[in-house]
Design a protein around this ligand. Structure first.
Ligand SMILES: [Zn+2]
Length: 497
């Protein structure tokens, strides 16, 4: 009798463990016989198995065939691959690529077409989660979320925590900049340049982070930028301010991500131990002219510390490429672009009027000179990334779409380009995949619902015809995108005229 009980108990335990219990679905999706590529620890062990979705969540994933009944759509995954939906942890969704407010006013139909296509463009390239790292408004969040199909959107509040008159406030005329950046940090050294109507008590790191938290943000964005190009000598946060922002972010359950792309800025932030740096190191300062195949010791040391402290490193290589694209006459003719950029807008980008930003940043430079400058910076950026990757740094995928008012960083397309550039830099494919899924989810505290294919997680899934662990082209061989349990064919996300 006792033996029988034991056998019975073992059988029950096994069947639970096997997950072969009957799943009765009402709004199900059953992906059968598919290669499942997901990780909970950074190591990939792909296998052919099955995944079941009910409503917006994953209810089964495993090698054994599930026992299901009820209402569900079955998708035969034979020969296909599934991964978790991609997370782009550095985008900016307000605005229209390549346009200033007066262009938008002049061509409202181009702006409308862009905005209604934009969420689909991200999904077209597999990006099911976006983290907006600039300021966002309640109005924009509402209008984005009203779209029928769109990625999940997270943000950092109504503005970043920039120091008064520092980057990126400096771009806005003085009379508007303080209202435009409601979460600016009051700095004693800037007291004379801050209008009296702003109470310093409302602009301490504590007050600012509280406000950011209350706006539904998942992170605090700050900046360390002393300037570049013709814009130099900008005010930067003190160590005290940055440390306070970090402490306040943590006590509010937020992460601190900071804009920095110079050696000076990275070493300042690495020393403090911020959570994430929103760009790679490409402004090498006094090392800017060193050969592109050797990493100066000082940069190596900064990267070593970053690796040791496991500070998130967001390469954003398309920042450089997206500006260089403005002198590339073939850029706008790529077949991948017409899938995600409305035709009339693509045509406008080819006009003289749309070259305003290129004229502004390149001035009198020839195409060759632009290439020489940008290729050198990019080679340095890639070298730093390769080192960080080879030594197990924490790479977070982020495309910074768009990083400037360039038409070179288009929604979705730019993220896809970023994946390819990471590969070009020498990051192995499994690390690229982890950076855009598991690593991002964990770093931004979204891993209870996103970042892997596991029971209880949100059903954001990409089905591909190629294996992303073997071929970078897999990210352009997407067949289906599942967002919150809704299955969408890739071609249904393309631009329609
Ligand atoms: Zn950015």
């Amino acid at each position: 009798m006792k033996k029988l009980l034991t056998i019975l108990l073992v059988t029950i335990l096994c069947s639970c463990k096997d997950n072969t219990k009957q799943l009765n679905l009402t709004e199900g999706v059953y992906l059968s016989n598919v290669t499942i590529i997901s990780t909970e620890d950074g190591t990939y062990r792909p296998y052919i198995g099955h995944l079941v979705v009910e409503k917006d969540g994953i209810v089964y994933v495993g090698k054994n065939k599930p026992s299901i009944s009820g209402t569900f759509e079955q998708i035969d995954g034979t020969g296909k691959f599934i991964i978790p939906g991609l997370i782009d942890s550095h985008v900016h969704i307000p605005g229209v690529q390549g346009m200033l407010p007066h262009h938008i006013e002049k061509y409202p139909e181009l702006a409308t077409a862009f905005k209604s296509q934009m969420p689909k463009s991200y999904l077209y390239y597999g990006f099911t989660t976006l983290i907006d790292l600039g300021g966002i408004s309640e109005e924009l969040i509402t209008s984005f979320n009203k779209q029928e199909v769109k990625p999940d959107l997270y943000h950092v509040g109504y503005s970043g925590a920039a120091v008064a008159n520092g980057y990126p406030m400096n771009f806005t005329p003085e009379e508007f900049r303080f209202d435009a950046v409601p979460n600016f940090i009051y700095m004693e050294s800037q007291a004379e340049n801050i209008p009296d109507k702003y109470d310093p008590a409302d602009h301490t790191p504590r007050a600012v982070v509280k406000r950011i938290k209350n706006s539904g943000a998942i992170a605090v964005k700050s900046y360390y930028e002393s300037g570049f190009g013709r814009m130099m000598g900008l005010p930067v946060p003190t160590k005290g301010i940055m440390k306070d922002l970090l402490t306040e972010a943590h006590s509010n359950g937020l992460v601190l991500t900071v804009h920095a792309n110079s050696l000076e800025a990275h070493s300042f932030l690495v020393d403090i131990g911020v959570d994430i740096i929103a760009h790679g190191i490409w402004n090498w300062g006094k090392y800017k002219d060193v050969p592109t195949d050797s990493l100066p010791l000082e940069i190596k040391r900064t990267l070593d510390l970053q690796i040791q402290k496991q500070i998130g490193y967001t390469p954003t290589l398309t920042v450089i490429e997206g500006e260089k694209a403005l002198v590339d006459t073939e850029f706008l003719d790529q077949p991948g672009l017409e899938k995600v950029v409305p035709k009339d807008l693509l045509e406008w980008y080819k006009t003289e009027e749309a070259q305003w930003f290129a004229k502004e940043i390149f001035n009198e430079l020839t195409v060759e000179e632009v290439h020489t400058i940008y290729d050198n910076v990019q080679a340095h950026a890639m070298l730093a990334l390769k080192y960080l990757s080879d030594h197990n740094g924490l790479i977070l995928f982020g495309s910074d779409t768009p990083s400037a008012p360039t038409y070179g960083n288009q929604p979705g397309h730019n993220g896809n380009w970023e994946l390819k550039l990471m590969k070009e830099a020498g990051v192995p494919l499994h690390k690229i995949l982890a950076s855009a899924t598991f690593n991002n989810a964990k770093a931004f505290h979204l891993d209870s619902s996103l970042g892997s294919l596991a029971i209880g997680k949100k059903a954001n899934i990409i089905m591909m015809a190629k294996n992303p662990l073997l071929d970078i082209e897999a990210y352009d061989a997407i067949e289906k995108v599942v967002i919150g349990g809704k299955v969408i064919k890739r071609q249904d996300l393309e631009v329609t005229e």
